[in-house]
Write a protein that binds this ligand. Sequence first.
Ligand code: CA
Ligand code: CA
Length: 295
Amino acid sequence: MARTHLLGRDKVVYTMDPKAQPALRISPGDTVVLETRDALDNVIARADQLPVDIDFSHVLPATGPIYIEGAEPGDTLEILFQEITPAAKGLSVIIPNFGFLAAEFPNPYTKIIPLREGFGDFAPGIRIPLRPFPGVVGVAPAGEPVANIPPGDYGGNLDNKDIVVGTTLLLPVFVPGALLAIGDCHAAQGDGEVCGTAIECDATITMQINLHKAEHIPRPRLETPTAYITIAYGKTLEEATKQALLDMIDYLQTEKGLSREDAYILCSLAVDLRITQLVDVLPAVRAVLPKAIFM
Ligand code: CA
Ligand code: CA
């Protein structure tokens, strides 16, 4: 019998740690309603509060970790996002020495953005349609704990704007129980996340968590109502792009039975490569395969 669990934003972690104590234990098939804090741990509430002296050991709090009974290394976790509700207010900041154009924008800056009726009020005459998603979604890696700042094969700071309601995220499992943690909700973000922040906000997220036993994937993947998506990161944008493409070729061979050559050509004809983010230590790219080409 599947159950629904609540997990508040008082239970957060700043690292993905294989030795962390679980905040919640669930069974595969259960639903979790989880509250998240904003990326800066709720330290900024007004425009006159600037992002200076940020304690980078206390950014990107992720609610959890959640222990999934029966999850073991080599399995795949499936997270279906059912509802993501942002708070009534979000914020974006420019943090000195951070962001894709850090050299051009040395000064700290805070912008408060009211969120209402599905839009972010950016300025008079400018409103941004909300597409809320969690920036950080990860499981514990094997070995040493990892800060929630870069992305990795375990997920982490993915900042992938396609992880919205209706999307299924697949994550590889590295440790018993998986130890899933989620946070850093973005009410809206452009591809690239160029200034280093999106519309950062508190949120409440409802998701169903399933487990695929003995099904291994190398890195996180997404399925949306309209696309299959591989996601990868690297020391450079080029490295990330090659990995996302190679993962898509592997996917087409394994799941669609194509030859390696046909898979490569199909990517050239129908797959879009998109910059996911440029600011999280390791840049990330995703390869988007439209479902509509399959009859
Ligand atoms: Ca963020
Ligand atoms: Ca983020």
